[in-house]
Design a binder for this molecule. Structure first.
Ligand SMILES: CC[C@@H](C(=O)O)C(=O)SCCNC(=O)CCNC(=O)[C@H](O)C(C)(C)COP(=O)(O)OP(=O)(O)OC[C@H]1O[C@@H](n2cnc3c(N)ncnc32)[C@H](O)[C@@H]1OP(=O)(O)O
Ligand SMILES: [Co+2]
Length: 149
């Protein structure tokens, strides 16, 4: 497996609305998507897009807010009442090959491969097997596809 680009950093928040204000006012973010619900992942999502000189999509900040009491990010927010960095997400060319790569190293994969917020397959690797970082692996979106929302 070959490691691809850092697609996004997931930031857990109690309030996407408050986080959007923060990224606009404090960080000067100019390009922030409309929030949307991903019920199957238990989160409301919104992207802060960072610019690049080439005009290509930059690494995103993925704001995630729990949808309800069963959200996978509730415990994290209990442990981190201010919210904060929840996961990092790297792209790979082939999600099936990547899953086998991590499995063969004895890394615990959390649940099935599913479709993520960018419309491509994703899976998560346990933070305890990844030097403390919950790691999301996603298949690179096809060339020309607009996933920036
Ligand atoms: C928007 C859609 C999608 C995308 O397309 O981008 C997403 O990103 S969805 C993001 C939300 N979904 C997920 O996070 C799914 C995968 N996560 C999980 O399966 C669980 O959250 C978890 C990682 C297994 C944690 O489950 P939880 O029940 O909360 O376990 P514990 O509270 O018992 O924690 C065990 C242990 O791990 C530490 N921990 C937990 N979360 C993190 C984290 N985000 N980063 C680093 N470490 C984490 C936690 O502190 C515990 O440690 P100890 O206390 O030392 O045991
Ligand atoms: Co993510």
């Amino acid at each position: 497996m070959k490691l691809g680009r850092l697609n996004h950093i997931g930031i857990a928040t109690h309030s996407i609305a408050d986080s959007i204000k923060h990224y606009r006012k404090v960080m000067g973010a100019a390009d922030i998507s409309e929030p949307f619900d991903m019920e199957e992942q238990g989160v409301k999502v919104c992207f802060v897009n960072t610019p690049t000189e080439s005009g290509m999509n930059g690494t995103q900040i993925e704001l995630i807010e729990p949808l309800d009491g069963s959200s996978p990010i509730n415990n994290f927010l209990e442990d981190h009442p201010l919210g904060g960095q929840h996961h990092v997400c790297f792209e790979v060319e082939d999600i099936v090959e990547a899953r086998v790569w991590f499995e063969e190293q004895g890394k615990r994969i959390l649940g099935p491969t599913r479709i993520g917020a960018h419309g491509t397959p994703i899976f998560f690797v346990h933070p305890k097997d990844m030097m403390g970082n919950l790691t999301e692996i996603m298949e690179t979106p096809k060339e020309g596809s607009d996933w920036s929302n």
